[in-house]
Design a protein around this ligand. Structure first.
Ligand SMILES: [Cu+2]
Length: 453
């Protein structure tokens, strides 16, 4: 009885929840208690401080509505944890006993599932199956030993469709206790979650019923150009941990370097399975950690390879007008139909130059000013900046890469040679027997007026 009342008192003494209001990438949180480890950097996020309580690492998560700046000039009303969506990254060490207090400040019940963890069944967080849901205003306690080192995440397992569409999720990293032959030491260790939202231009709150047709593809609830660059020193060994909580897969592509997939949410991958790649698919509900030696200086694009995932709020019902001469016409049409635009003619830089009127709190479809003009990207896109003079442990953005003289693609201004044309009929392996009597003309449909591009 006495023991029970003592533990009740201990429970009553909740650790003060730490709230973060900034969407900036925070410096790594160097552990000041417990076992040492090399901390990660959460892209446009932060790691939650803990309290050691008689050998137990205690965290306090608060599930609550938050305002997330998804990019400068664009804020979303989401649900998250401790002031942000995603919630703070939790970093522990293999073998740590962890106690997480979860306070529900939402208008409906919730729970937390600790994706990928070995733990007692009653701590797995599926509301109704493993525990009663956490009702509004209540605080629940999860406690388990972090048994396996690796890359994990947390998210609700109660009214999931709503709560994940609203941004409730976070990263969890369990660092190895001792040297692990499958886990290399790295100089920089980044992590972020892939998430997606459907927020109508001009509005603030995601549409939660959307299953596939999302219009905002984000990393840690940020969209390019709002996603911070990953700044590293030349010859750093770099690890990037990625988790996917969207409804589709994301082939993550890195320019200029080859990487190995060194871990999944199942743990470190056996060395015999590791292939050098430049794109790794991260399927729904999966986590992948990639590693590479950053031995090429420059600003290297790093993005999802689905081209629609490197765009911001858009409609998919714009007709293709490639081949149709629009000179002078587009601006005139634009006076009549404010959201009219031409695809495939001058690129998306038009979006900025034509000053398309867009509602308040809306980010252009593609944007981002680079050193040579518009980057014409949005969504799941960022840059790995590799610099010789980046100081060890310094994560500051070094600015644009200064290309050495004579190493940038340039315009050819000499004489144009007549193209040598292949003389035989057709281009296919066997020429067709009879040619059609007349050429086929493809009719191009007129654009329709839509209010949601
Ligand atoms: Cu994608």
């Amino acid at each position: 009885m006495a023991a029970a009342s003592v533990s009740r008192v201990a429970m009553a003494a909740l650790p003060e929840p730490v709230i973060q209001t900034s969407p900036d990438t925070m410096a790594p949180l160097v552990p000041n208690s417990g076992r040492p480890y090399n901390p990660v950097v959460t892209l446009n996020g932060w790691t939650m401080p803990w309290r050691m309580n008689q050998g137990v690492k205690e965290f306090h998560l608060v599930a609550e509505p938050v305002v997330r700046e998804m990019a400068p000039g664009f804020k979303a009303h989401l649900w998250g944890y401790n002031g942000q969506s995603p919630g703070p990254t939790i970093e522990v060490v293999e073998g740590d006993r962890v106690r997480v207090f979860v306070t529900n400040k939402l208008s409906e019940h919730t729970s937390i599932h600790w994706h990928g963890q070995r733990l007692p069944n009653g701590m797995d967080g599926v509301a109704g199956l493993n525990q009663p849901a956490i009702q509004p205003g209540k605080t629940f306690v999860y406690e388990f030993v972090a048994r396996r080192p690796g890359t994990f995440m947390y998210h609700p397992h109660a009214d999931e469709m709503t709560q994940m569409a609203m941004g409730m999720m976070g990263f969890w990293i369990t660092h190895p206790k001792t040297k692990n032959p499958l886990i290399d030491e790295v100089n920089r260790d980044f992590c972020f979650l892939l998430n997606a939202y459907d927020i109508d231009p001009g509005s603030y709150t995601p549409k939660i019923m959307t299953m596939l047709d999302f219009n905002l593809w984000s990393w840690n609830s940020r969209i390019f150009p709002g996603i911070d660059s990953l700044n590293v020193r030349l010859n750093d060994k770099v690890r990037i941990r990625i988790g996917n909580l969207t409804m589709t897969n994301h082939p993550m592509h890195l320019h200029g370097h080859e990487f190995l997939v060194t871990g999944t949410d199942g743990g470190p991958t056996p060395k015999s399975t590791r292939l050098y790649e430049v794109t790794a698919d991260v399927a729904v509900g999966q986590m992948r950690q990639i590693e590479f030696l950053a031995d090429e200086e420059g600003d290297w694009a790093f993005h999802c390879h689905k081209s629609h995932h490197t765009m911001n709020a858009m409609g998919h019902d714009i007709p293709t007008m490639i081949g149709v001469d629009h000179r002078g016409v587009a601006k005139k049409i634009n006076n009549l139909i404010p959201d009219y635009m031409v695809m495939g003619e001058r690129g998306m830089a038009d979006m900025t130059e034509m000053e398309m009127p867009i509602p308040d709190n809306t980010i252009p479809m593609m944007t981002g000013d680079g050193p040579y003009g518009s980057v014409e990207m949005g969504g799941m896109f960022s840059v790995v900046k590799v610099r010789r003079d980046q100081k060890p442990g310094d994560y500051k953005n070094p600015g644009w890469y200064r290309h050495p003289e004579g190493t940038v693609a340039y315009e050819y201004t000499g004489p144009m040679a007549e193209p040598a044309r292949f003389k035989a009929e057709g281009g296919q392996s066997m020429p067709r027997k009879e040619k059609p009597s007349t050429d086929t003309v493809v009719k191009i449909k007129k654009p329709s007026v839509r209010g949601s591009h």
